[in-house]
Design a protein around this ligand. Structure first.
Ligand code: COA
Length: 329
């Protein structure tokens, strides 16, 4: 029996920063940002850490499902902006929500973190190791953004989500298949240069701004278009699914042009693509689950719908998951 998603929630901090926020002090414009990326605004968490983006979503999820914190046996946090290098953010969330029966850990796979974590959560459930996994996809990207670099500052936002992964009650519904990849050759194009054991923090690394996101945008763009489109079409073909059979493409939200290219390759019309990059920018581990949560809340996903979840990120990491929705609206 496959595992499945039985609940998903999201939390975005209240403070909205429109594109004009950047054009007031950087050489950029609302028009450039919108046409090159599809982003109009994003949210930044003024005070607090990544765990503070997760806790409201986690509490909302438990309330929605009528569960007590003690019902959760495993916590996975997918993030590249942990509260600390250690302890892991799963421990912080365990403490803040008060989940006495859980073990847990963090997963770092950048913008593919949610897909890699969803597969991991599903495997834990399918093997019988875990019954209820609380998967928290969240990033406070503002904590590693260089607000003086127009090429990256305009691209990211902060957001938190919670997903409950349990056993499906039907073999035909749930997390049906995955194609996941990693290729370290791409590491040079998108990274946080300093702060790890390779280059510990020093006055020099701070002066050189090496704790912020470094990105060669064009090379990431080219690899993302190919990577996301390839795996998304491959997973459809593997299951003999045509564009008519797919209800939704749920892509990682890095750039509207990457999303459109992926949908084109799959033969999907734009009205079958979940897009919220315009409101939240790239929130890394929160993009895909926040789309699922918003579309679910709007009653736009039906039980039995085939969804293709698709991502590309630093590593490079990329992949697709085929999910048959198993929740009643
Ligand atoms: N405002 C105005 N101009 C900007 C700008 C900004 N915010 N950012 C970059 N530019 C400039 C560049 O300096 C360059 O100027 P030049 O021609 O004088 O050198 C010009 O715009 C074109 O830059 P380029 O990098 O070719 O733009 P692009 O069309 O590739 O768009 C990105 C840039 C970053 C939006 C795009 O490359 C991208 O989305 N890459 C992938 C990002 C991604 O997916 N990252 C996360 C992975 S999950």
């Amino acid at each position: 029996m496959p595992a499945t998603i039985t609940a998903v929630t999201h939390y975005f901090p209240p403070d909205i920063y429109k594109n004009d926020y950047f054009s007031k002090y950087l050489d950029t414009s609302d028009e450039w940002i919108k046409t090159r990326t599809g982003i109009s605004e994003r949210r930044f968490l003024k005070e607090g850490a990544t765990s503070d983006l997760i806790v409201p979503a986690a509490k909302q999820l438990l309330e929605q499902k009528g569960l007590s914190p003690s019902d959760i046996d495993t916590i996975i946090v997918s993030t590249v902006t942990p509260d600390h290098m250690f302890p892991n953010t799963a421990a912080v969330v365990q403490d803040k929500v008060g989940m006495p029966n859980a073990w847990g850990f963090d997963i770092s796979a950048a913008c593919s973190g949610y897909l890699f974590s969803l597969r991991t959560a599903a495997s834990l459930v399918e093997s019988g190791t875990s019954k209820r996994v609380l998967l928290c996809g969240a990033d406070k990207m503002s904590s590693i953004m260089d607000f003086q670099d127009r090429a990256t500052a305009v691209l990211f936002g902060d957001g938190g989500t919670a997903t409950l992964v349990e056993m499906s009650d039907d073999p035909n519904y749930g997390i049906l298949d995955n194609i996941l990849h990693i290729d370290g050759e791409g590491g040079k194009y998108l990274k946080q240069i300093a702060g790890g054991s390779f280059k510990p923090a020093s006055h020099e690394t701070v002066d050189k701004r090496e704790h912020y996101i470094f990105q060669d945008g064009q090379n990431v763009f080219k690899a993302a278009v190919k990577g996301m489109a390839d795996v998304s079409t491959e997973i459809m073909q593997r299951h003999n699914l045509s564009h008519d059979d797919i209800a939704w493409l749920v892509p990682h939200q890095a750039n509207l042009r990457i999303i459109s290219a992926t949908a084109n390759r799959m033969g999907l019309s734009p009205d079958k693509v979940m897009i919220n990059i315009d409101k939240y920018a790239n929130t890394t581990s929160a993009t895909i689950p926040s789309c699922l949560s918003e579309w679910k809340d709007a009653g736009k996903i039906k039980k039995g719908d085939y969804l293709v979840l698709s991502s590309f990120g630093a590593g490079f990491t990329w992949g697709a998951i085929l999910l048959r929705w198993n929740m009643n609206v």
